[in-house]
Structures are given as C-alpha cells and as structure tokens.
Design a binder for this molecule. Structure first.
Ligand SMILES: Nc1ncnc2c1ncn2[C@@H]1O[C@H](COP(=O)(O)OP(=O)(O)OP(=O)(O)O)[C@@H](O)[C@H]1O
Ligand SMILES: [Mg+2]
Length: 448
C-alpha cells in the first residue's frame, strides 16, 4: 500500500485527509509541526508527503529542501494558499512534485496523490539504460535500420573526397546534421562549416551573401565584404533549402561549380574558392526541373552524389535509440536524469511523425519539461502526442500550430533557465532561428 505523510498544522485538515485517504487504500500518518513531520518521515519512509507551506516552527520550503536532500526523497505535494501564484512557482522550482490550493478539494487531492504514486512506481520499475549523465556527442547520427545504414555508407564515401552532394529528405529527417557529420569527418574538418539558408535571405541580398560585394556595389555597401563562399575557405558551405534559389542566382552558382570562380557583386576580377558545396532541400527538385523552376544543368551538377534521407516512418526501429539519445541530451541541459516509463516507447512507436526526427525530439523534450519527476510517464507522452495530433486536425491548423510552437518554446526556455543556446539545441533549431521566433512571438523572460 502506498504510504502518505501529511504535515499541516490545521487539525481539521489532518483528520479529514487521513480518513479520506485511508478509505482510498493508502497508509497515512500525520504531523502538525515540521519537527514532528521530519522525525516521522525517517521512521515511516513515505512515498508521498503532503506539505503545508505555513507551519508553526518552520516554512514548508525548508522542509521541502530537507526532504529532497534525504536518502530516499519522496514526492512532495505542497499545499498553498488560494491564488498565491508565487509560492506555487517557488514550490515547483524547489523540486515539489505538484501543488494544490486551499481550500482543498478532495478529488484534486486524490488525483494528485495518485499521480505521485504512479511516478514512484514507474521510477521503481524503469529499466535503467546507461548513465544519463554520460557525455553525449553532439553531431552523431543515431540509427541502425537498413535505410540509415545505407545513408552511412554514402556519407563514408563522401568523407574520402570533396564531391558536391545533394541531401534530399522531408523536413526534420536530419539533412543538416548529415551535412555537419560529412564535414567533421572530411580532411578539411578544421576549416569552417558554414550554413546559408537560402530561404531566409531576401533574394536581392542573397547574391551578396553568397559571393560577397565590393565597396560601392550598391547603396549601403560602404565596405568590401566577403561572401560565405570566401568565408568557408577550404571548408564546407552548406546551402540549405536550395530549392528556394532564384533562377538568376542558380545560374551564378552553376558558373561557380563549373569553374570554381566567381565575381563579388560589383566586382570585376574573378575570385577563386576551394570550398566544398553540400546542398539540401525537402522539395522535389526533379519536379521543379520539369516545371522550369530549377535549372536542369545545376540539378545535374549538384546531383553528383545524392543522399536520400528516409522519413522516420520508414525506419521505426530507430525510434528507441533516438529517444534514448534525446533523453540524454535533455538530461544534460536540464541537469536531471530523465528516463521513460516502461511502455512509453511503444506509444511513441505508434505515432506517425510527419515532422520526422525533429518531431520526436520535440515530443520528448515537451514531455520532459512537463514531467515533475525523473521518469516521464506514459500519460505525459500521451498528452503531448494528443496535442501534436490535434494540431493537424483543427480547422485552422496554422495558427494552432503556432500556438503550440510558442508554448513549447516558452516551456523549453524556462526549463533551461533562459539559456538560448541550450534551448536552441533542445529545440533542434539554430540560434538565429530561435531569436527570430522569440521576437515573432514576443516571448519575454521577465513576464511571469
Ligand atoms: N539520426 C539522427 N540522430 C540524432 N539526431 C538526429 C537524427 N536525425 C535528426 N536529428 C536531430 O533532429 C533535429 C532535426 O534535424 P535537422 O535539422 O538536421 O533536419 P533537416 O532535415 O535539416 O530539417 P529541415 O528540412 O526542416 O531543415 C536536429 O536536432 C538533429 O540533430
Ligand atoms: Mg535543415
């Protein structure tokens, strides 16, 4: 039978809770002071402690931190005064499992205790899979499925030379990660790896971004500026979303790939560059060629080697390894060793993942951020999964998705103490992208 200790100085609360919970099948003990509560705790070793914030001889917060430092920390549910948001937030920050408001509602008390007990049980049953505090390598492609092994083979081949390559795959399949891994394992891995998102730059600026410009080339060009091709040196220039390039710039890029020479905007003398070009897109470039939106000759140039990254639904067997990998990353960022409750993995494997690996990472991060305990419960995963499903079924999916995205970003930022680099890493987006989303959604760390 689960054991519950209640520490509160209101005798009426102690009595009614004790009666109510005993009937519900719990073994209950009560204490009216912090001192009595602590000594009872040592003998009784409860699974759950229900703790009032205001006690005659101490504060609930002191008792909370004492309990959390004990050899067998219980799940602590704080009782806070109605409408006292600050104590509620402080309780959660200090490691309480949950909080409930006065006047107490019997059903709320019971469901909260039940959830705490389920967390305790899940922690006991969880199969420990390696040390969550082991250092995780950042740029590693996880997976053992046949399609991903084929990808590894091609990557291996690309690491031996500096051929141009085209990385194709749906959103979130790992195209950028693959580009980084190729660079890291190539002979020029000490040279820079530079990403240029062709969809993020205004068309008129893209040429200068790519090739640089001479002083006076256009209004505002008061200095000569090197382009990304030059900055990449002997390293890698990763052209993301290559399908968004205008036909004009496509022609100039083709010229560079053929002759390894280019002109800065406003320049007269050809520059040379040895950088390697890797390009990626989620679009069907072949169809774009048919429609006259993408140059056929450029397509063939880029397509010297093609890496087709399979969607996650074609390699479901990779989900457990990926999930454990992300749990480790999250554990490190949040300084808390997360595990999945047994059975949670099966739920993940039944999801469809239109957003592929990024979606899996987001789902696990969202569940971890919500989870008050180290073990992410099946119900936490269920909740996040249903949000993801709803977002694809409501009449206005776009705005709903944005809402979810905003909430998710806020939660993750809070969970890592507003460290944007950590948050971007957990979210699987770049720091500049995170910054622009923070601006777009008006997310503000100073707001409660
Ligand atoms: N096989 C994998 N192993 C480990 N992490 C992965 C794997 N595939 C993707 N990821 C992670 O998932 C997230 C999304 O990957 P990435 O940004 O490379 O996708 P993408 O294909 O470039 O997506 P998009 O088309 O939307 O730009 C990143 O955080 C990345 O590290
Ligand atoms: Mg990408």
């Amino acid at each position: 039978m689960p054991k519950v200790l209640i520490i509160d100085d209101e005798v009426s609360i102690l009595e009614s809770l004790e009666m109510f919970l005993s009937e519900g099948g719990y073994t209950v003990r009560t204490a009216a002071t912090a001192k009595a509560g602590k000594s009872l705790f040592k003998r009784f070793e409860p699974d759950v402690v229900v703790l009032d914030i205001r006690l005659p001889d101490s504060t609930g917060f002191d008792v909370l931190s004492w309990l959390n430092r004990s050899p067998k920390p219980p799940k602590v549910i704080m009782i806070t005064a109605f409408h006292d948001m600050e104590t509620a937030i402080t309780s959660m920050k200090n490691g309480a499992f949950d909080y409930i408001h006065k006047p107490l509602d019997a059903d709320e008390v019971e469901t909260t205790i039940e959830k705490a007990v389920r967390a305790v049980q899940a922690e006991r049953e969880v199969t420990v899979s390696g040390d969550q505090t082991d250092a995780v390598e950042e740029d590693v492609i996880i997976g053992k499925s046949k399609p991903i092994l084929d990808v590894f083979k091609t990557i291996g081949m690309l690491c031996r030379n500096d051929a141009t390559a085209l990385i194709l795959g749906e959103t979130g399949t790992g195209k950028e990660l693959i580009a980084r891994v190729i660079h890291k394992n190539s002979k020029n891995s000490n040279a820079p790896f530079i990403t240029l998102d062709c969809s993020a730059v205004v068309e008129t600026l893209l040429e200068s971004e790519l090739f640089g410009h001479e002083k006076g080339a256009f209004t505002g060009a008061d200095q000569t500026k090197p382009g990304q091709i030059e900055l990449a040196g002997k390293g890698t220039l990763f052209l993301d979303e290559i399908g968004e390039l205008s036909l004009g710039i496509q022609g100039k890029l083709l010229g560079f790939l053929e002759r390894r020479e280019y002109l800065r905007v406003g320049g007269q003398y050809p520059q040379r560059s040895q950088c390697r070009i890797l390009a990626a897109t989620h679009r069907d470039l072949n169809a774009m060629v048919q429609d006259g939106k993408f140059r056929k000759d450029l397509y063939f140039r880029l397509n010297v080697v093609t890496l087709n990254v399979p969607p996650l639904c074609e390699r479901l067997e990779d989900i457990p390894d990926l999930a454990h990998h992300f749990l480790k990353i999250i554990s490190q960022s949040m300084h808390k060793p997360f595990q999945l409750q047994d059975g949670a993995m099966d739920m993940l494997m039944q999801h469809h993942f239109p957003g592929n690996v990024r979606e899996l990472k987001n789902i696990i991060t969202a569940a971890a951020v919500r989870s008050p305990s180290n073990v992410i419960l099946k119900e936490d995963i269920q909740q996040v999964l249903s949000l993801h499903r709803d977002s694809t079924q409501t009449p206005d999916p776009a705005s709903n998705l944005e809402n979810i995205e905003q909430q998710h970003i806020e939660r993750v930022l809070k969970a890592v103490g507003w460290n944007r680099t950590q948050a971007a890493r957990l979210l699987g987006i770049s720091l500049p992208t995170l910054r622009s989303k923070i601006r777009k959604f008006g997310i503000d760390p100073d707001e409660p």
